[in-house]
Ligand binder design. Structure first.
Ligand SMILES: C[S@@+](CC[C@H](N)C(=O)[O-])C[C@H]1O[C@@H](n2cnc3c(N)ncnc32)[C@H](O)[C@@H]1O
Length: 317
């Protein structure tokens, strides 16, 4: 049980910060239920993130974003719990963080209560690090984290690719929600380099594979009837998008991860809806990794994408 001295320190720690967990006022529970909020989710934080208007309303776009992020939290929270239980702390890096909706909502639900109960300055339970290339978004997120007293949140103003050098410590979980184009691939490379236990990815459009298919399809068509699958420009784009995610999954499997692919939310909520969750297996599964690695090489060769080998194959293998 916490001593009076500990409670005093804890209150001091929160003094002057806007508490995201202020006591519910009348009507708040009704509003939370109507918005589909989860237990303990702070209305004040959602207003500060501009997901809710100051009077607690929500528009269609924000409702979609809220639904996506809340759904994603359901996948991430068990991974955080498992990691915390096994090693006492957890660091999650969110790439292409944007306004950091995911990071803030995750921190609010998962870390804030644990940190405010921690008398050692809020470091024990872990950290959420947002990586974002747009400086104004990083600045805004830093201010918001300070306003809510979220001391375990950090923000790095960098591209995903360059963030590797700036985040040298051990990372357990990597997330990337709609990180643009090849930023998802850079997030995978980051996770592999840091030996992340889990990666949770909802890719955005990726143009690189489709552009390479466009270059190679004419010469490949005469001896490979499968090229019909991506001969027409619309199909090149669609097939390129699917192939990109297939290559990403094989890449993760080749590095020893177990991969599941599902829908994040219904297609009516987002067109970019593929959720890839990868978790590191134990060393006994090396055979699966070898097979995935061979498949990955074959697939790159058969689709004329050998030039993309450094993107999907060579990273840290
Ligand atoms: C579509 S937004 C998604 C933001 C957030 N993850 C979300 O779902 O609300 C993509 C964000 O990734 C950032 N971004 C794009 N490419 C990046 C890169 N290579 N490195 C870091 N951030 C990048 C953009 O500036 C933008 O804020």
């Amino acid at each position: 049980m916490a001593s009076r001295k500990q409670n005093f320190k804890q209150n001091q720690h929160l003094a002057g910060k806007e508490s995201a967990r202020s006591a519910p006022k009348s009507g708040v529970n009704d509003a939370s239920a109507q918005l589909g909020l989860r237990d303990g989710q702070s209305l004040e934080l959602l207003k500060a993130l501009h997901i809710l208007t100051p009077d607690g309303r929500i528009n269609q776009d924000s409702r979609r974003k809220l639904k996506q992020v809340n759904h994603l939290l359901q996948f991430i929270e068990p991974l955080l719990t498992k990691t915390l239980e096994s090693q006492g702390c957890v660091t999650l890096v969110d790439h292409g963080a944007g306004k950091s909706y995911l990071g803030f909502m995750l921190y609010d639900r998962f870390f804030a209560a644990r940190h405010s109960a921690d008398v050692n300055g809020g470091q024990a339970a872990g950290k959420v690090i947002g990586v974002e290339v747009r400086e104004e978004l990083v600045q805004r997120s830093r201010e918001l984290a300070q306003r809510f007293g979220f001391e375990g949140m950090k923000f790095v103003n960098s591209t995903v690719a360059e963030s590797k050098a700036q985040i040298p410590q051990k990372i357990e979980i990597v997330t990337a929600l709609h990180a643009c184009d090849t930023a998802t691939d850079d997030a995978i490379a980051f996770g592999l380099k840091h030996g992340a236990q889990h990666l949770v990815l909802v890719p955005c459009c990726q143009a690189e594979v489709a552009a390479t298919l466009t270059k190679t399809k004419k010469s490949a068509l005469h001896n490979n009837p499968l090229v019909e699958l991506w001969r027409r420009p619309l199909h090149t784009r669609e097939f390129g998008s699917q192939l990109t995610n297939v290559l990403r999954c094989l890449q993760l499997e080749a590095h020893g991860y177990e991969v599941t692919v599902t829908e994040l939310v219904g297609w009516e909520h987002s067109m970019k809806n593929e959720l890839i969750v990868a978790s590191l297996r134990d060393a006994a599964c090396a055979g699966n990794a070898r097979q995935a690695s061979e498949r990955l090489q074959e697939l790159l060769a058969q689709t004329g994408l050998q030039t993309l080998q450094p993107r999907f194959f060579d990273v840290a293998l």
